[in-house]
Ligand binder design. Structure first.
Ligand SMILES: [Zn+2]
Ligand SMILES: [Zn+2]
Length: 369
């Protein structure tokens, strides 16, 4: 069948919207009609080459939700008509990490940016017969996509798919970093550097477990204003104020109990470290470009202050359990999703959407099909 998709043909060049050939689902595949896809920074990193991908052309997009059209013979728990959220990390269900419930660390992780599906084959092709990769095994910037059943999470049909798509990456990633990885304790102080799709959900996570001091830091005043509506109690504009000094003022010179870096730069990770109290936790959530290979953090200070420096991937979550749980919280009014969507684009406007993201105009922009 045919599908219209935003295709990344060349590193650093805008995506081109083209008609592709899409294969019918194979044994373990699911054919999905996409409804909405979030514009996440990770796609941008892949597009500009900060994060190497295995091939071009490739269809990016990994924060998607849609409706199942057809499934392969080997799929017995997903049915046509099901509403689904795509998971950017699949879970094989067989590796030691999956067996222990840590699907966020599945051995399939390193394969997701290569391009082909888990069986080594391709489902998308150009009109000239060129194979097209699917970023994160998904390729969600497409009217239709075919993905492996391991990448699919079925959700309730009464949830708007525009809101649901965000849970596939940003919400699980941010909320989970706060709740599952850092395990923020009630009454504690928290710093979040970067208030985009991930950072805003770290704020929501911190607020949901009753952190009392939630400090949001960003370069844009309007984003800081938004972050207050998600639970931030203090804000710092890093272009106008010294971040570490300001955090010390707010916390009686102790530093925060938990600091999160959601910008992906070594110097802001170091700021997060410096702004953290003794025995505190520093959580790196942003995917720093692979060209950076070290952190300007004092090893002596690490020991003397007994801080813990940790990473968090996919919210350190078992997404198949976490996605429905977060959507239930949304239905109960315990987390906000609709308010995360600051702009909606057509597929043809996708490059504009990324320009707006980089200009700080969005918490999340989404492509609506
Ligand atoms: Zn993402
Ligand atoms: Zn696994």
């Amino acid at each position: 069948m045919k599908t219209k998709a935003a295709v990344s043909f060349e590193t650093g060049k805008p995506m081109l919207v083209e008609e592709l050939e899409l294969d019918e689902p194979k044994t373990d595949d699911v054919l999905i009609k996409m409804s909405a896809v979030g514009l996440c920074h990770s796609d941008y990193h892949a597009q500009v080459g900060n994060r190497p991908v295995g091939m071009r052309p490739m269809v990016l997009g990994h924060e998607g939700a849609g409706v199942v059209v057809r499934v392969g013979d080997g799929v017995d728990n997903i049915f046509p008509g099901d509403h689904v959220v795509l998971m950017f990390l699949p879970s094989c269900g067989k590796c030691p990490w999956c067996l222990a419930g840590n699907t966020h660390a599945c051995d399939l992780g390193p394969t997701i940016a290569k391009g082909p599906q888990p069986d080594g084959g391709y489902r998308m092709h150009t009109k000239n017969g060129l194979d097209v990769g699917q970023f994160c095994l998904l390729g969600a910037f497409s009217e239709y996509t075919v993905v492996h059943k391991q990448s699919v999470c079925v959700i309730d049909k009464d949830i708007p798919l525009e809101a649901a798509c965000l849970v596939g990456c940003g919400v699980v990633g941010g909320f989970g970093a706060a709740v599952n990885r850092a395990r923020i304790r009630p009454g504690s102080s928290v710093l979040i550097i970067g208030t985009g799709g991930i950072g805003t959900n770290i704020i929501q996570g911190a607020a949901s477990v009753s952190a009392t001091t939630i400090i949001a830091a960003d370069r844009f005043d309007h984003k800081l204003e938004w972050s207050r509506s998600f639970g931030a109690t203090h804000t710092i504009n890093v272009d106008k104020e010294n971040l570490v000094e300001r955090v010390m003022e707010i916390t009686d010179n102790r530093g925060v109990d938990y600091a999160f870096e959601a910008i992906s730069r070594p110097e802001t990770i170091a700021m997060a470290f410096d702004a953290t109290a003794k025995l505190g936790k520093v959580v790196v959530v942003g995917l720093t470009p692979s060209t950076f290979d070290s952190l300007p953090i004092s090893p002596l200070s690490l020991v003397l202050t007994q801080k813990t420096l940790m990473g968090s991937l996919y919210g350190t979550s078992n997404a198949r359990i976490e996605i429905p749980k977060l959507l239930y919280m949304y239905k109960k009014g315990q987390i906000k999703l609709d308010e995360l969507i600051t702009n909606t684009y057509s597929l043809n406007e996708i490059n504009q959407g990324y320009d707006d993201l980089m200009a700080g105009k969005n918490i999340r922009g989404i492509v609506k099909f």
